[in-house]
Design a protein around this ligand. Structure first.
Ligand code: ADP
Ligand code: MG
Length: 474
């Protein structure tokens, strides 16, 4: 599935010229990141890493990924409302994984008090790779679904313009005209705006809950500015600001320094390092409030690797989405093999299989953000060490997906121009809004293609491994 420009990949002069154009075009288009040296200042910025060339993506698999997104939205929303499923599924995990346990405790606490929140907003991104398998035809395989802080919807809204220009410079005008428009920033903002409107207070603001280190601020600004364009006020606050300035009134309306908050959009809070004691208290305050959390704590839990693994068990989807056999079939068609490492015979058996043949699997802890999974020899060693201890249950096993590599250039500021063998991961953004029991919005909101050199088993764009790309459908 090589794209139509694999002929120019080895033409050094053409590539050099195109790369110079590409860097400037990215800066002009706003495909930007702050620098590692000054991650909280916008005085000096650079382009976010991206591929020189769009990567080939099989059209049928791209369409399949879009076609299943509303089903995944429905599924995540259903899980988030199913206390018994979350309790049973995460029971073994929370015994050994402190972070998931803490999130779960907050979940229980807000349920006990009774939810003040009546409007629910989900923004997720379902990620896939194209498994080339044995038969030679590629298959769409879900890697994971991100239900909190799914990023790069902003920057990727501007990436196709850059690639369109690069293709023209390379004499591929016809191909340039086939690159698809893509605007997740608008789609995400639409969801946030809908939730804000349903919350029903003209004066209330949207609060982006942001990181201490805000290197990827421009990605967020793309969404933020779409809200300002709709005359919706946006605040950017950290957990510690919430701890210092946040309060609830008698009906649990959330106030930040006297301003009412309608929607809290988390771009932080998905890894243990985001929390100290004060930040946990701030999180609890937000979850207890009437404000629309994106996501609420139940939806964050619905995105854990353990939940993903349980979904692949026969009968689970039927239990979660009764009366939706077609959605279930579309969802299930994207699943890779997933295996529980819970204590017992089933877990013993798969652990032994993975130790004997580690290249077939990926070992995943309950963590987000890239760089946490184990592969190959390391997987074997870790599993060997924990195979007889309860610690085993904090992980899941997954079949390793093996995509067909293709050649590309990964453009990074201050890095030499060199050709790499690459593989890509396609993400589809999903947005939905529920008011009480009624789903009032359910959409696919655009896509993200990330590409990395094959020598890296793991890691996303923020982790410094993958770069932004644009799909070229073949
Ligand atoms: P995270 O929450 O850290 O992003 P992921 O499940 O997305 O966790 O895994 C991180 C990266 O590891 C992915 O972007 C992908 O490159 C690689 N990866 C994950 N699962 C698999 C798999 N089953 N086969 C091949 N690569 C995988
Ligand atoms: Mg991921």
């Amino acid at each position: 599935m090589a794209a139509a420009w694999q002929d120019v990949v080895r033409d050094a002069a053409a590539v050099r010229e195109a790369a110079a154009v590409a860097g400037d075009a990215a800066l002009l288009a706003g495909v930007l990141m702050r620098t590692g040296e000054q991650p909280n200042a916008s005085d000096v910025v650079n382009y976010a890493p991206f591929t020189l060339l769009p990567s080939a993506v099989p059209r049928a698999l791209f369409e399949q990924a879009y076609a299943v997104q509303q089903d995944f939205n429905l599924l995540v929303d259903a899980i988030s409302q199913n206390k018994e499923f979350l309790r049973q599924t995460l029971a073994s995990t929370i015994k050994v994984d402190d972070f998931t346990a803490r999130l779960f405790r907050i979940y229980m606490q807000v349920l006990e008090e009774g939810l003040a929140q009546t409007v629910f907003l989900g923004i997720n991104r379902s990620d896939y790779m194209f498994d080339c398998g044995l038969g030679g035809t590629a298959a769409l395989r879900q890697i994971e679904i991100n239900t909190i802080a799914a990023s790069f919807g902003g920057l990727t809204s501007r990436t196709a313009d850059v690639h369109r220009l690069v293709l023209k410079v390379l004499g591929k005008t016809e191909e340039a005209s086939h690159l698809l428009p893509n605007n997740p920033a608008k789609g995400l903002a639409l969801g946030i705006a809908k939730a804000w409107e349903l919350y029903g207070s003209q004066r209330a603001v949207v609060m982006f809950l942001v990181e201490e280190v805000q290197r990827n601020i421009f990605d967020q600004r793309c969404v933020e500015n779409e809200l300002w364009n709709r005359n919706i006020r946006v605040l950017r606050k950290r957990f510690r600001d919430v701890f210092e300035q946040g309060s609830l009134d008698a009906s649990r309306r959330l106030y930040m320094d006297g301003q009412e908050v309608a929607v809290v959009y988390y771009r932080e809070g998905y890894v243990p390092q985001n929390y100290d004691q004060q930040n946990w208290e701030a999180r609890l305050l937000l979850e207890r409030s009437r404000a629309v959390k994106c996501p609420d704590i139940a939806t964050q839990l619905a995105g854990t690797k353990k939940v993903q693994q349980e979904l692949s068990r026969p009968g689970t989807l039927e239990q979660l989405l009764p009366g939706h056999p077609e959605a279930i079939a579309r969802i299930r068609a994207t699943f890779a093999g997933l295996y529980s490492l819970d204590e017992g015979e089933e877990g013993d058996r798969i652990a032994a299989t993975a130790i004997a043949d580690p290249e077939r699997f990926v070992l995943k802890p309950q963590r987000e953000g890239g760089g946490n999974n184990l592969y190959g020899e390391e997987l074997r060693q870790v599993l060997e060490k924990i195979k007889d201890s309860p610690e085993r249950t904090s992980y899941i096993l997954m079949d390793k997906i093996k995509p067909q590599p293709s050649l590309n250039y990964l453009l990074r500021a201050h890095s030499p121009l060199q050709v790499s063998e690459c593989i890509s991961e396609l993400g589809i953004f999903g947005v939905y809004v529920r008011q009480g029991q009624e789903l009032v919005l359910n959409q696919a909101a655009g896509h993200l293609l990330r590409t990395k050199a094959i020598e890296h088993a793991d890691g996303g764009v923020a982790a410094g491994v993958a770069v932004l790309d644009t799909p070229y459908l073949v």
